[in-house]
Design a protein around this ligand. Structure first.
Ligand code: ADP
Length: 160
């Protein structure tokens, strides 16, 4: 069984890697789908986001990282994934995922959703908070993989 784990991953955090790793234990293959054009302002372009996630998941053999555009369910069908994987941190994540799951089910009844409850250590991690902290000079080690710490810091230092 193939699962699709879609997201912006701008950049990948240890919370995302944890979800991918746990999904990889349940599914034969997990395709991480980096959403090429999210309605969010991005720090990293699509290729950078793919590269950062690939390196973060290099030790998980059944995880593949690629990009996609358009509807998540359509991409899931294209790659033969019958499950969409998402992570849940809080009540607000739940509300958002709940609405999206109903919409996706309506669009593609053959694609189901599996949500992973975040691990306690990563409960407060989000890509947007990490970017904000790094931009203000805070230490993001232990929240993202080491190569992502460097990539984020060099983005902000090159902006000054
Ligand atoms: P999106 O723009 O699609 O929300 P994100 O990159 O922010 O993309 O998140 C992708 C998925 O990973 C979402 O399901 C999100 O809830 C989940 N996620 C993000 N951070 C964490 C975390 N710290 N622990 C578990 N799941 C997470």
């Amino acid at each position: 069984m193939t699962a699709l784990y879609p997201g912006s991953f701008d950049p990948v955090t240890l919370g995302h890697v944890d979800v991918a790793r746990r999904a990889a234990r349940l599914f034969d293959k997990v395709v991480v789908g980096v959403y090429a054009t999210p309605s969010k302002q991005l720090l990293f372009d699509t290729n950078e986001r793919i590269d950062l996630f690939r390196r973060a998941a290099a030790d998980i053999p059944n995880v593949e990282v690629t990009h996609f555009q358009g509807l998540v369910v359509r991409f899931a069908q294209e790659i033969g994934a019958n499950t969409i994987v998402r992570g849940l941190r809080s009540g607000s994540d739940f509300e958002y995922e709940f609405d999206m799951a109903f919409m996706n089910r309506r669009l593609a009844p053959d694609v189901d959703l599996v949500s992973f409850m975040t691990s306690l250590d990563y409960m407060f991690l989000s890509s947007s908070l990490i970017k904000e902290v790094a931009m203000l000079g805070g230490d993001i080690r232990g929240m993202v993989p080491p190569h992502v710490v460097d990539a984020v810091n060099s983005k902000f230092s090159s902006r000054v």
